[in-house]
Ligand binder design. Sequence first.
Ligand SMILES: Nc1ncnc2c1ncn2[C@@H]1O[C@H](COP(=O)(O)OP(=O)(O)OP(=O)(O)O)[C@@H](O)[C@H]1O
Length: 205
Amino acid sequence: MSNVPQSVYRPLVIVVSGPSGSGKSTLLNRLFEEYPNKFGFSVSHTTRKPRPGEEDGKNYHFITRDQFNQLIKENAFIEHAEFSGNLYGTSVKAVRDVEDTGKICILDIELNGVKAVKQKQDELDARFLFISPPSLKVLEERLRGRGTENEESIKARLDQANEELAYSQQEGAHDLIIVNDDLDKTYQTFKNFIFDSYDRKFADV
Ligand SMILES: Nc1ncnc2c1ncn2[C@@H]1O[C@H](COP(=O)(O)OP(=O)(O)OP(=O)(O)O)[C@@H](O)[C@H]1O
């Protein structure tokens, strides 16, 4: 192979981020309910063993640690991390596979994931959408209201939220920041951004 740069097709990926409790799952669930066949999440790779009922290529791509290390060497991952002794990663190809099925790929990720996608923009046509809470006070109320977190976890999420919000204020960090105040309004803006991104990419082809 020569070292001549090859022009690579960059699949569209909608990167949804925002502090824990800002409303990402609420918005995505509503979107998937309204459009059951239009969107997809990429299938991650993992070295963890499949659990009963899990299907290779559907829930995860189940691979060995050697295979995983090979993919790291090939620079195949957008991001990868180890959790409790198992490796997990999102590959560029997994994003492309979603587009190949005719669906729009959505990544719901936190700050490090956003930064990792930014490093892969020569391979991914990423649109960055940030869901912001109206304020930290409201975020705390929503996290408490959700009833899923203990005190320690709420504190950790609020600390992380500060970091995410600071990053979101940086020039060009995201293509759109939506303040999730009124849920119906937020959802309309959220949906419009995603469909506009899709139309802009595919309108002329
Ligand atoms: N606009 C809104 N007004 C009032 N409550 C809201 C609004 N949007 C979301 N909520 C509520 O806030 C809580 C947090 O929302 P959600 O679980 O969707 O956040 P998330 O960003 O997906 O969090 P995580 O990253 O932890 O999964 C939920 O209880 C949800 O019902």
